[in-house]
Design a protein around this ligand. Structure first.
Ligand SMILES: Cc1cc2nc3c(=O)[nH]c(=O)nc-3n(C[C@H](O)[C@H](O)[C@H](O)COP(=O)(O)OP(=O)(O)OC[C@H]3O[C@@H](n4cnc5c(N)ncnc54)[C@H](O)[C@@H]3O)c2cc1C
Length: 232
């Protein structure tokens, strides 16, 4: 973490930059994690109109296009000292946000997987080749069964994880691995669904390719890269 928050009287001066920040160019308020003079990580509230702050949207995304993703710069950006989050001290604070977000992702990707399954099933029943619906071929059925099986496992995993979150017993590593599993599951469902749809699967007539591209982002997004998660 290279962004710095230097104390100056009753202000902090933020210096640094952040990349790939969701909706930063339009958000009225941002929470910026930065190191203070003691090298301790803190959370700092920065309002949109603060001099020294600017943001620019990243162009050319094929994925998660419904939200903006921005690059932000803090150049001698002065904020009142009271804008520091008083109870957020050290890396634990931003990491706890990530734990909550990862559980949301572990659930959210199941929705994408279910839509891929239902789309593929409906298509397989209606698309005829060699005189019968492709849903009648065992190779196609095998893909559909795999999807239902993995979706069911992912649902049970997410439910158990949520119960543990509610009881306060979920470990960060368990949350991380659950997210990793469910994102992998959803991506595999999207790939199999796209396969069943054949050529039309790459068009926007069906939702599958959109899920596939969005899930690629979720795989490496702000909740942590999927490869790095393997280190968990
Ligand atoms: C659409 C979108 C929205 C996002 N929104 C946010 C947001 O709101 N807030 C936020 O904070 N971030 C956000 N991110 C950023 C996201 O957290 C990072 O992109 C992600 O953590 C990966 O970092 P990176 O892109 O710098 O990749 P890098 O760190 O450059 O990694 C590139 C590759 O190198 C590998 N690699 C890196 N380091 C190592 C290592 N030590 N050992 C082995 N392999 C390594 C990685 O596994 C990966 O395969 C967003 C990203 C996207 C795509």
């Amino acid at each position: 973490m290279e962004t710095r928050a230097t104390r100056d009287g009753d202000h902090y001066v933020l210096t640094g930059s952040k990349c790939w920040i969701g909706n930063a160019s339009i958000a009225d308020v941002k929470v910026v994690w930065a190191k203070d003079d003691d090298g301790r990580v803190g959370g700092f509230v920065v309002e949109k109109s603060t001099p020294g702050f600017r943001a620019q949207d990243i162009q050319g995304k094929f994925s998660l296009r419904m939200s903006r993703t921005s690059e932000c710069w803090f150049e001698n950006c002065r904020i009142p000292a009271e804008n520091r989050l008083s109870k957020a001290s050290g890396l634990r604070a931003p990491l706890s946000c990530l734990s909550q977000a990862r559980v949301g992702v572990a659930w959210g990707v199941i929705g994408a997987a279910i839509d891929c399954y239902e789309t593929a099933l409906a298509y397989a029943k209606s698309r005829e080749q060699f005189g019968r619906p492709i849903a009648g071929f065992q190779l196609v059925q095998e893909k559909l069964v795999w999807m239902v099986q993995e979706i069911t496992k992912a649902q049970l995993l997410a439910l158990r994880l949520t119960r543990m979150m509610e009881a306060g017993t979920a470990l960060p590593v368990q949350i991380s691995l659950a997210k990793r599993n469910n994102v992998w599951m959803a991506l595999e469902c999207a790939r199999k669904a796209r396969d069943i749809l054949g050529a039309v699967g790459i068009t926007d007539r069906y939702s599958v390719i959109r899920h596939l591209m969005n899930l690629e982002s979720v795989r490496s997004r702000h909740h942590g890269d999927q490869c790095i998660r393997r280190l968990a």
